[in-house]
Design a protein around this ligand. Structure first.
Ligand code: NAI
Ligand code: OAA
Length: 308
């Protein structure tokens, strides 16, 4: 199993580290445009191998896509992150050009690959890959919902004063400060609906804290987060590499599902060796349906800024 990660920055390196530590891939190639940077990150990570007990071989390269040839999975993290006060949507001007050229170079050398898009604004970047490559829709996956759901569970556990392992929940919709739809109607603590334990006001607070999870960290860190994003990507990569048939909310091209079409947005999907093997339709409350509709309108507005 060969995995390429483009962008050896904060998220790309964290993602490579988690993939290696989980020890399911034979090879991870890190590629960056900055001279020597991916080589340095790869060497540093390889020096963790004996300490952390993994056999995954990590190599770093500067912009030479021939070294990525025949990758089973490619992750795109290249591009600029936001600074405090910015929205993810503001990154489109620079990141669209990067994602377009990177995805085309990757496919040239790995025509059968599955692409995971991370660069922001992620739903629009995922749509861009659909519009500018000929990969089938099951092989283009946007990562956002897995991370947002992890943050939702963190906030739920905090409100419930419970261990995170007691809590389950999912966030669908657009990966943006306003577009996320945390599914409070489905969230549970050991199969009991969280609404049994939390007031509407407290649940609302959990929802709002979840939606601005990325912005909160960006304000604290001066740039956006990387540990949980890297871990979330590694979970998707592992589900595909190990054909786990796990369900994650991922950004995928919708063609009528959830009453939406011609956009990529987060919905629950089954991930296995073919990438997105199924889109899962789940019942939403009326409020969640309305929120999903508004979220889709926001994503479409950003898609409209693409020069296709
Ligand atoms: N979808 C999600 O849930 C998340 C998305 N992100 C996004 O991921 C992206 C990366 O974030 P960070 O790693 O924090 O940024 P970073 O600045 O630490 O790393 C980005 C790397 O991309 C490289 N790069 C730029 N253009 C390139 C090109 N044409 N080819 C190859 N490499 C290139 C840069 O040299 C840099 O090393 C940002 O757009 C950020 O908004 C970040 C966290 C979560
Ligand atoms: O907040 C950002 O800009 C990066 C990101 O997508 C996240 O951490 O959720």
């Amino acid at each position: 199993m060969k995995v390429t990660v483009v962008g050896a920055g904060a998220v790309g390196a964290s993602c490579a580290e988690y993939i290696a530590i989980k020890n399911f891939a034979s090879e991870v190639v890190l590629l960056d445009i900055k001279e020597g940077y991916a080589e340095g990150k790869a060497m540093d990570l390889m020096q963790c191998a004996s300490l952390n007990g993994f056999d995954t071989k990590i190599t770093g390269i500067t912009n030479d896509y021939s070294k990525t040839a025949n990758s089973d999975i490619c992750v795109i993290t290249s591009g600029i992150p936001r600074k405090p006060g910015m929205t993810r949507e503001e990154l489109i001007g620079i990141n669209a050009g990067i994602v377009k050229s990177v995805s085309s170079s990757l496919i040239e050398h790995s025509p059968n690959t599955i692409i995971i898009v991370v660069s922001n604004p992620m739903d629009t970047m995922t749509y861009l890959v659909h519009k500018t490559t000929n990969l089938p829709k099951n092989r283009i996956i946007g990562m956002g919902g897995a991370l947002d759901s992890a943050r939702f569970k963190y906030r739920l556990a905090e409100a419930l004063e419970a261990p995170i392992s007691d809590v389950d929940g999912m966030v669908i919709g657009g990966h943006s400060d306003t577009g996320m739809v945390p599914l409070t109607s489905h969230a549970t603590r050991n199969s009991v609906k969280v609404s049994e334990f939390l007031s509407d006001d407290r649940l609302n607070q959990v929802k709002e804290d979840t939606k601005v999870g990325g912005a909160t960290l960006t304000k604290l860190l001066g740039t956006s987060a990387w540990y949980a994003p890297g871990a979330a990507v590694s979970g998707l990569v592992q589900a595909i590499a190990c054909d786990q048939k796990k369900m994650f909310p991922c950004s995928t091209l919708l063609e009528g599902e959830y009453g939406l079409s011609d956009l990529c947005i987060g919905v629950p999907v089954i991930l296995g060796k073919n990438g997105i093997e199924k889109i899962v339709d789940i019942p939403l409350s009326d409020a969640e349906k309305t929120h999903m509709q508004q979220s889709a309108e926001g994503v479409k507005k950003t898609n409209g800024l693409l020069e296709l």
